[in-house]
Design a protein around this ligand. Structure first.
Ligand code: NCD
Length: 335
């Protein structure tokens, strides 16, 4: 367990429904800034945000960088290639070295489950988990709830199907937790080899075919996480596509289509549905900026006692204490 300091976002388990709603309300208030010509708020002026990415990323890294810069923080992007990691420096030594620059926040992506929680124990900075192995990706889940709520309204009683490689997906774990906390009913679907045993304990149903897909209000598809596979989990890609690909034949006209990206066109999704008006994949990317602004705000500025600077959306009544509380609850670490 990492110390429950109340300064980190490591898992969706750290948040209750109120905490999620507060972050998403703030994200909505930041959306107005994103629409301005001058996209800048002074909130984090003079503070340092360190992006520490040990795995590839397009959307998550760029949106964290844009989010921090929009809040006027100074951002440093660190990647292991070209650094002393290639000379054998450990994660702990790297984090302690970079912490000497006194960052206010470290955003960490790492191939090992539990890495973000470990980093939180080695630094005085607020730590945001930007994906730790197959464990969790909490900001992805927050932006997914934000995007879907804006498209179909409150999620209470709504049905969300998450399809594909559930076993290796941190997005699936965080999304199951977040969607169910918001009142949705989640079903996961995929080949039996790619559904972790006991996943129902997270509060979802399990299906192995797309036969009842039409019951879903939202269809959330996942990429096959080849980089995390140590074995062959499906007989062939052709068979997977035949059984699980979401395409125009399977997707109903009123269903919302989601994907965290990157999409492997022609595998989990057919090209035509990716480009259809039902797909909110680009809206998810757009939401990534305002939701990550809201997370940085909540961790770095929301708990401050000083009044917000002009032009900065103020904390909602009662935010300070409850934000600290809900962000500090148990931070789960899996091995
Ligand atoms: C996901 C990730 O890296 O966990 N992508 C993302 O952050 N948008 C999903 C994936 O890589 O398939």
């Amino acid at each position: 367990m990492s110390p429950a300091t109340g300064r980190h976002l490591l898992s969706i388990e750290d948040l209750d429904r109120d905490g999620i709603e507060r972050i998403l309300d703030r994200a909505a208030s930041f959306a107005e800034v994103s629409g301005r010509e001058i996209k800048k708020l002074p909130t984090l002026r003079g503070r340092r945000v360190l992006n520490l990415f040990y795995e590839n990323s397009t959307r998550t890294r760029s949106s964290f960088e844009i989010a921090a810069k929009t809040l006027s923080a100074d951002v440093t992007n660190f990647s292991p290639s070209g650094s002393s990691v290639e000379k054998g420096e450990s994660l702990k030594d790297t984090v302690q070295t970079l912490s000497a620059y006194d960052p206010a926040a470290i955003v960490i992506r790492h191939p090992h489950a539990g890495a973000a929680a470990m980093v939180a124990g080695w630094t005085a900075a607020a730590v945001v988990n930007a994906g730790d192995g197959k464990h969790e990706h909490p900001t992805q889940a927050l932006l997914d709830v934000y995007t879907l709520t804006r498209r179909i309204g409150p999620l209470d009683g709504k049905r969300v199907w998450i399809i594909g490689d559930i076993l290796h997906s941190r997005v699936a774990r965080s999304d199951i937790l977040a969607f169910t906390k918001m009142g949705a009913h989640v079903t996961v679907c995929g080949p039996p080899t790619l559904i972790p045993r006991g996943i129902e304990a997270l509060g979802c149903d399990v299906r192995y075919t797309l036969d009842d897909l039409r019951e879903a209000d939202a269809v959330y598809t996942l990429r096959m996480q080849k980089e995390r596979m140590t074995d062959s989990y499906i007989p062939s890609l052709r068979e997977y596509v035949a059984t699980y690909q979401v395409n125009a034949r399977r997707l109903g006209p009123r269903q919302v289509l989601m994907h965290p990206g990157p999409v492997n066109r022609g595998v989990e999704l057919s090209g035509e549905v990716v480009d259809s008006p039902q797909a909110v994949i680009t809206a998810q990317v757009e939401a990534g900026v305002v939701v990550r602004m809201a997370v940085l705000y909540e961790l770095l500025a929301g708990a401050r006692t000083t009044a917000p600077e002009p032009g900065t959306p103020g904390p909602a009544p009662g935010t300070t204490a409850s934000a600290t509380r809900s962000l500090s609850a148990t931070s789960s670490v899996v091995g």
